[in-house]
Ligand binder design. Structure first.
Ligand code: AMP
Length: 216
């Protein structure tokens, strides 16, 4: 199954994608995580992406398509994956269609697109309280899902950090990118009758249940 999770920044895509990946036993492919890794490792891609990601704008399509093509071509993604953060533009969506068709099998027919609905007012609040583990990527929320010990990851014991693009200015820019460039992707899938809308407000377990139902 090829799952595509779409939602504004801070809508819980990463958290839910990790759970879905464990339950469906297919890899979680987060283009945001891949870019953050490239930035941390100061690769050529990382050098180009760093200022763009920090500002909250989108990285150019040709770079993103290159990354996703390579990732989906690996053997572990042959049976599908949970795409988190890709596609974010219609050009990326069209390219993904072509890639899935090229790859053959029923990958192209077995696509499920889930849109997590979270109003903008809730986003800014959520993001201000978001922290993630600098080592394993686990995600926390200072109020609704805090770590057992302040500032320390429950899973691996490493320190928790706030993302560089979780500042108010960058979040506004990310929301702008979402409404301007990613909402057309939602229409693109709606027109193909592939879109499943899920209320993304509420406890993580409840939202997960809604997503699971929408996939069956
Ligand atoms: P995320 O972790 O999905 O919120 O992504 C963090 C940032 O990485 C975004 O704000 C963009 O700057 C960049 N990014 C991630 N995925 C994409 C994509 N598919 N297209 C363009 N930029 C992306």
């Amino acid at each position: 199954m090829q799952v595509i999770l779409i939602g504004p920044p801070g809508s819980g895509k990463g958290t839910q994608a990790k759970r879905l990946s464990a339950q469906l036993a297919i890899p979680h492919v987060s283009t945001g995580d891949m870019l953050r890794e490239a930035i941390a490792e100061v690769t050529e891609l990382g050098k180009v992406a760093a200022p763009i990601v920090a500002s909250g704008a989108l990285v150019p399509d040709d770079l993103m398509i290159g990354i996703i093509k390579e990732r989906l071509g690996r053997p572990d993604a042959a049976g599908g994956s949970i795409l988190d953060g890709f596609p974010r533009t219609v050009v990326q969506a069209e390219k993904l269609d072509a890639l899935l068709v090229q790859r053959g099998g029923n990958g192209a027919k077995n696509v499920r697109v889930v849109q997590l609905l979270v109003p903008d007012e809730a986003i800014v609040k959520r993001i201000a309280a978001r922290r993630s583990c600098g080592n394993c990527g686990a995600i926390y929320h200072l109020e609704t899902a805090p770590p057992a010990k302040a500032g320390v990851c429950d899973r691996c014991g490493a320190g928790l950090i706030a993302r560089v693009d979780d500042t108010e200015t960058a979040v506004r820019k990310r929301l702008q990118a979402f409404h301007g460039q990613t909402m057309p992707v939602v229409s693109y899938y709606r027109n193909q009758n592939l879109l499943r809308e899920v209320d993304g407000v509420g406890p993580v377990d409840e939202v997960f249940e809604r997503i699971r139902k929408s996939l069956s």
